[in-house]
Design a protein around this ligand. Structure first.
Ligand code: GDP
Ligand code: MG
Length: 452
């Protein structure tokens, strides 16, 4: 995907004005990229038309394309600083609800949150995550288990509740779900909680049973939020799914789950386009903490394959000391980068769950487990070689660039081959240049409307 966007950039070239003619092929590439990201076809069509209208006549800024070997071989990154990409990205952001940051839950006393969605999409998990999210903002919660069709479902919620220390209301499997939901809200009022979250039963497909149940619950509870939980892997089908739920139960927003997987997030575009309702949260893992507010800007860059630099930065920030994070980013912005930074960067990634983090960097989205393993081995080699360097070489990589004798000595001292040292040098040069690209992207994203 990222390479097709890159190709699109290349097709436009470095100079001149965007015209219908020179945009034709690049737009084809974007169209392909979006389809690859599972954006549904009608959405893509409307989108391309809008971009074309808006981009016509816009000047192309100087395209900066880092041409190092590393980018070609490993990162295959995208520098998004052409006007064209910016236009595409802005349109995506608009389509997903504009650059106003994340949407929170609707107010209510108590807040009543009804979870809806097909079976297995992550409703029960999301219910627990929301409870923890509210708890963190000092709101008390009650979880209500109404999935009476699978006894295990009630157990699952009870366990989740115990794990995050939130009470769970249940009445077994012999009571009507709508009745349980009503009793649950009464119980919530009695306990004086700030929010009642109703977990419901999904079905394998959209059917009248499920919709009828949800409609009855809505009528009986008048929830402040009815959140449709959508699995990000749903792909093209997401549009139909969202339409069905929105038409029949009038959702207030959506939660996009399993965004930690390989999905590009094209489903996010469909949600907004089809329903006009915002995505409020994204699920990024199985743990209760793995819930994040939804930011259109970030999703746009993910869909376009630019990597999610801001999220990466945030994770880095919480994983390492804030000063270290600042220093890394500052050095990145200044485009200073030596072997110490290279190592620090790598160690930071290790702290944050190893190379999994790389998945969030530009060009890395499609990496496989095997590739991750190999990359891990490679970095072990880098570490050994860097350790064998003298301090002055570590802080001034040019010394090694210039001296074959030094490289040979380092190879011997590290017990690795000269080819390994050469590989590290290549990776270093490329990462340095990539950092330059990232710093531009970071500046670009910071300049965007995202307030976080
Ligand atoms: P429900 O049938 O809609 O209630 O779905 P569940 O909440 O039981 O989730 C189904 C499966 O998806 C479980 O194994 C969850 O751990 C998993 N799951 C839910 N949300 C996420 C997520 O954001 N990321 C990942 N990786 N797995 C998730
Ligand atoms: Mg469930």
């Amino acid at each position: 995907l990222s390479s097709s966007i890159q190709k699109a950039q290349r097709l436009i070239g470095k100079s001149g004005t965007l015209t219908k003619e020179n945009m034709k092929d690049p737009l084809k590439e974007v169209r392909r990229a979006l389809l690859e990201a599972d954006v549904s076809l009608p959405v893509v069509r409307r989108f391309i038309k809008k971009v074309e209208e808006r981009a016509l006549g816009t000047k192309v800024l100087d395209g900066v394309t880092p041409d190092t070997q590393f980018i070609k071989t490993v990162l295959d990154g995208v520098t998004p600083d052409t006007q064209f990409i910016k236009t595409v990205s802005n349109e995506l952001i608009d389509l997903m609800g504009g650059g106003v940051g994340a949407k929170d839950l609707e107010p209510g006393f108590p807040q009543i949150i009804l979870m809806a969605g097909l079976q297995g999409v992550g409703k029960t998990t999301a219910a627990g995550k929301l409870a923890l999210y509210l708890k963190k903002s000092k709101k008390s919660c009650l979880l209500v288990a109404t999935d009476v069709y699978r006894p295990a479902a009630i157990d699952q919620l009870v366990k989740l509740g115990a794990a995050i220390d939130v009470p769970v209301f249940e009445m077994g499997t012999q009571v009507d779900p709508v009745e349980i939901a009503k009793k649950g809200v009464e119980e919530g009022r009695r306990l004086g909680v700030d929010a009642v979250i109703i977990d419901t039963a999904g079905r394998l497909q959209v059917d009248e049973d499920m919709m009828g149940e949800l409609r009855s619950m809505k009528a009986a509870l008048r929830p402040s939020d009815t959140l449709l939980v959508v699995d990000a892997m749903t792909g093209q089908e997401a549009a139909n799914l969202v339409k069905a739920f929105n038409d029949q139960v009038d959702i207030s927003g959506a939660i996009l789950t399993k965004m930690d997987g390989d999905s590009r997030g094209g489903a996010a575009l469909s949600v907004r386009e089809v329903s006009g309702k915002p995505i409020k949260f994204v699920g990024v893992g199985e743990k209760m903490e793995a819930l994040e507010p939804f930011y259109p800007e970030r999703m746009a860059s993910r869909i376009l394959g630019m990597g999610d630099v801001l999220t990466l930065y945030e994770r880095a920030e919480s994983a390492i000391k804030e000063e270290d994070a600042k220093r890394t980013v500052e050095r990145m912005m200044e485009e200073k980068f030596d072997f110490n930074d290279f190592m620090a960067q790598w160690k930071t990634m290790n702290n944050m769950g190893g190379l999994q983090m790389l998945k969030m960097m530009p060009g890395f989205n499609k990496i496989s487990e095997k590739q991750l393993y190999e990359a891990e081995k490679t970095f072990e080699m880098y570490e050994a070689v860097i350790k064998a360097m003298e301090e002055e070489e570590r802080s001034d990589p040019e010394l090694l660039v210039k001296s074959m004798a030094r490289r040979r000595r380092v190879a011997q001292a590290s017990g690795r081959s000269e080819a390994d040292v050469a590989k590290l040098m290549g990776a270093y040069t490329a990462m340095k240049s990539q950092m330059g690209g990232m710093s531009k992207l970071l500046k670009l994203q910071k300049a965007g409307a995202d307030p976080s």
